[in-house]
Design a protein around this ligand. Structure first.
Ligand code: WTA
Length: 646
């Protein structure tokens, strides 16, 4: 039995949703989803309110997902204009720069005017409704401005995390044929500079990127960068003299809002497509309920806008709710291990949302960097991105939250647009390590490998049996891949790719990916991407990549490499290959371990047995299981021997 942390009674007394309300509302949401979601949609300002609420089919030969399909609205107007009368002078964004003396408050009125001016600038550059715009930005307010400006004129943004390499950026620009790229001269994180503009220049030399007509450059560090005329334009000169009046484009609820690329188990990254109405209803509603949002809260989600968490819970959810949202440019360890807690004290943060990997890294620094700060303002703590181990959960609860603050362990995915399984802080008794219960309208099920639904306490694969408004609609340009990836494994259900255990109280415990996706520090990396980067090196004949346990990152990247015959392995080559992957994909994909393999374990038909490689990487040779189907079982002995002697 795991320990139960009941809802603190004084928290429940003031909460938006208590236990009885959760039960009642959840029952209503699954009894009549249309009525439920029609009602929730009223939280937004619609130009034309929707009358057709839900049209969904998960049938393999006809997968379609539509919500509010006759509704018309604009996302930027919902995040800005409608707040101006009541909240014009309220802070929308608190920017906390990389250096602790660099902070700025931006009111809703100021943000509205900046977004309008930049939206007009984009229109002047010829950007029209439906055009794709890539963002390759540091965590500065202009990133949010650019997203909202795209939304205002109906352009589809595609944010690419600033840690990705020029090649990765080029692939994403090419896949969706972006017309404009918005970037900065440089980014700064933890005192280190990131050459964003130079990376864009390199990316635009790659094949397939000729769709790009303009590069807009935000001046962040003032570093000298090469501006290529007439392609490259400074952000500040573009917005200068633009009008603050920019009528928002009326968008159909099912018009695309953004594309966000994420790794899958095979092939190149998928362009996850989210649309306008359902996404904003879902991201704003979950944000309000899961964090028990109140008017005076100061909310901080430490995610980068390059990930879905940054989209839904730094920008769109909070701003649609008229909240104050903190944008942090830096890292938890700079200038020292108290940075998070100092920022919380400085801005009186009440709701704080971060990743388990950050918690584990800070926990290693001991309690003192935390306890020397106050943190009295905090009310709710949250985590996202990967399973949180109970030790880290308890430390977060005891040391960071002084045992006062409920922790919301939120499970969701790029594909889901918003949080699906989570505690509600005023309603759910907590168990460390469990994402607990489904959010309103979410119907999870656990199935075995044959797809048979399991009852009661069980262990299996997590599927969702019916849609919710924030669900992705398709993979950009490849609907068949969407169907194959998510709706063919367990027909009639959305397959999450995650394993799960449900306990006797109906609590869900996510056990991690069951496909070939590795979750490194909460970031998804496809093993196939790392493998193709490795085999692109002239000295590599073959590579297999699996995940392995890692104290801080949750999972690390473990690569087995077979060299071209005649090439001798040595440490210099190992370093070179690690650097090579870093350059090809980005620092987040850098292998943590690289083991030379004379040969890889394969079936007689030539398929690499990853299950075995995973066990070797996990250092569990006793759990290898049946190796008799291998073409050459002795390969395994060698790999185990070399792993053990490392
Ligand atoms: C994992 C991030 C356990 C999971 C929002 C999922 C989690 C993948 C949790 C999605 C959690 C996310 N507990 N595992 N609370 N949250 N995951 O697309 O494996 O970057 O499938 O979205 O992260 O990662 P993504």
């Amino acid at each position: 039995m795991s320990e139960l942390y009941p809802v603190p009674p004084d928290f429940a007394a003031d909460a938006r949703i208590d236990k009885a309300q959760y039960e009642e509302r959840y029952a209503a949401s699954v009894r009549d989803p249309e009525a439920f979601w029609a009602d929730v949609a009223k939280r937004l300002d619609w130009i034309t309110p929707p009358t057709r609420i839900k049209d969904v089919s998960y049938a393999r030969d006809d997968v379609h997902i539509r919500w509010y399909e006759d509704g018309v609205l604009n996302v930027a107007a919902n995040c800005l204009d409608r707040h101006l009368t009541e909240r014009g002078d309220k802070t929308a964004i608190i920017f906390e720069g990389d250096e602790p003396d660099d902070a700025r408050h931006i009111t809703y009125r100021e943000l509205h005017s900046e977004v309008c001016r930049f939206a007009n600038a984009l229109r002047h550059l010829g950007v029209e409704k439906g055009d794709r715009v890539a963002l390759y930005m540091p965590m500065v307010p202009e990133a949010a401005v650019a997203m909202l400006a795209c939304a205002r004129i109906g352009a589809i943004h595609s944010v690419v995390f600033g840690g990705f390499s020029p090649d990765s950026l080029a692939g994403r620009i090419a896949d969706s044929a972006c017309k404009v790229v918005i970037t900065a001269d440089e980014g700064v994180r933890g005192g280190k500079k990131i050459p964003l503009k130079a990376n864009v220049d390199a990316a635009l030399e790659r094949d397939g990127t000729r769709s790009v007509e303009t590069v807009v450059v935000v001046q962040r560090t003032g570093a000298g960068v090469h501006m290529q005329s007439p392609r490259d334009r400074w952000y500040h000169s573009l917005v200068e003299g633009q009008s603050e009046d920019c009528p928002p484009e009326p968008m159909n609820a099912e018009d695309p809002l953004f594309i966000l690329y994420t790794s899958g188990s095979t092939g190149k990254p998928k362009g996850v497509l989210h649309t306008t109405g359902g996404y904003l209803v879902y991201s704003s509603y979950t944000h309000e309920c899961v964090f028990d949002l109140k008017e005076d809260d100061v909310y901080w989600c430490s995610a980068d806008v390059g990930w879905i968490t940054g989209h839904s819970y730094v920008v769109y959810g909070p701003l649609a709710n008229g909240a104050t949202t903190v944008m942090f440019e830096g890292v938890p360890s700079y200038p020292d291990a108290s940075r998070f807690w100092n920022v919380i004290d400085k801005h009186k943060v009440t709701l704080f949302y971060t990743a388990p990997t950050a918690i584990r890294a800070l926990m290693r620094e001991g309690d003192e960097p935390v306890t020397r700060t106050s943190r009295r303002s905090l009310r709710v703590l949250g985590t996202v991105g990967e399973p949180i181990n109970p030790e880290a959960w308890e430390w977060y609860h005891r040391v960071v939250g002084d045992e006062r603050c409920p922790i919301v362990d939120t499970w969701w995915q790029t594909e889901t647009g918003g949080i699906l399984i989570t505690p509600l802080p005023g309603a759910t008794d907590l168990k460390p390590g469990s994402a607990t219960k489904p959010f309103f309208g979410i119907q999870p099920a656990v199935v075995d490998t044959e797809g048979k639904p399991l009852e009661g306490a069980c262990d299996g694969n997590l599927v969702i049996t019916d849609s919710w408004p924030g669900q992705m609609r398709t993979i950009y340009g490849d609907h068949q891949r969407f169907v194959d990836t998510y709706f063919s494994t367990y027909p009639g259900n959305y397959f999450t790719g995650d394993g799960v255990r449900r306990d006797e109280d109906g609590y869900y415990w996510i056990t991690g990916r069951v496909d070939d996706v590795i979750n490194v520090s909460g970031h998804r990396i496809g093993t196939a991407e790392v493998e193709s980067a490795l085999v692109a090196h002239a000295k590599v004949a073959e590579a297999a990549v699996v995940g392995c346990p890692h104290d801080i990152k949750g999972q690390g990247i473990y690569a087995y490499v077979t060299l071209v015959s005649g090439i001798e392995p040595d440490d210099a080559l190992r370093d070179e290959l690690v650097r090579w992957v870093r350059e090809q994909i980005g620092p987040i994909a850098k292998p943590d371990f690289l083991q030379w393999a004379n040969a890889l374990p394969k079936t007689r038909s030539g398929k690499i047995m990853r299950r075995i490689l995973r066990k070797i990487a996990e250092n569990q040779p006793e759990a290898l299981g049946d190796t008799s189907t291998l073409a050459d079982p002795s390969v395994v002995d060698t790999l185990v021997h070399e792993r053990l002697s490392q």
